[in-house]
Write a protein that binds this ligand. Sequence first.
Ligand code: GAR
Length: 208
Amino acid sequence: MLHLAVFASGRGSNLESIAHAISRGNLDAEIVLVLSNNSTSGALDFAREHGIPAVHLSSKTNPDPEDFVSRMKSELKNRGVDFIALAGYMKKVPPDVVNIYANRITNIHPALLPAFGGKGMYGLNVHKAVLESGARITGVTVHIVTNDYDVGPIVAQECIPVWDGDTPESLASRVLELEHRLYPEALQLFAQDRITVNGLRTIHQPPA
Ligand code: GAR
């Protein structure tokens, strides 16, 4: 059972899909904290509506960087968080927190890494870059978070075709559907203790 913190900056649809997977019994986890840098995010609204502790933490709430990191660490510790899922969190996780939760932080990215990742590659920018490249497939990647953007070991990937006539918006919406299924499935691999990390790779144990 994971004691999950979900970090999100925006709409929060991946947070919702994780919460639904838990309530349907498909993910052995409890969301014990939702944290957002954006006070008006849908993610914080969803958390509050569902009685999940919701924390707004940003350079506005905590302008001193040291204070910011120590507040993040104490929120995580006080809630008993043992795993962090980034779900559309548009800020870098401080290195201190990445070290404490080594191999216990995942991110979902709306493309097939290692292509179309890195700084500035978020939201519609990713789908625009995919269309401009002429790639015939795109998809979703769940990976472990390290101190560099989008380069940690890959946990799960799935692809979909790019159709002629696709727009960044149409791709985003088809990719998002896939995200909503794949992220809870990937988190369940951790809940079942089936993932170990070996350098740049993850090793998956078969189901018991
Ligand atoms: C998702 O598409 C996620 O993959 C993307 O932000 C969206 C968040 O949607 N993340 C990135 O681009 C990270 N580089 P949501 O708030 O509805 O879950």
